[in-house]
Write a protein that binds this ligand. Sequence first.
Ligand code: ZN
Length: 153
Amino acid sequence: MNVNDLQLVKADSLILRATCLAITPEMCMPVLHPYYASIADRMVEIVRESNALGLAAPQIGIPIRMIVVHLKSVALVMVNPEIDAIFGEMEKGNESCLSLPGVLVPVTRNEGINVRFITRDGFEKATTVTRLAARVVMHEIDHLDGVLITDHE
Ligand SMILES: [Zn+2]
């Protein structure tokens, strides 16, 4: 398979309902395996072309735990993202999804999270994100567990 052929899967694709697999430590540290790196790069390309806030690997048909968060023109790849803590008030915000064109759903989420992940370059990282960034990360991690915004209605 040529990763450049990877495209968004259709809204009714079963892969959007899959529980995705973590990339094994040997495959992402100390460097991300070239196969996964090429998928990450293709995801960045798609998220930029679509001018979307984020993208998860199952949305392009690959059931692995990898997401891209695209905020302020920066596209950050997160491999095996894990939420360590959730904090703050619950906030309602409208969310859309590249996999569900034309759908807008009010989703209630916490204000912030601590998230741990491995970077595109194989570094372990932990960070705190709030508000929109937290919302995007939570939305994308939902995808890794087969959850879509319409499930929050
Ligand atoms: Zn989505």
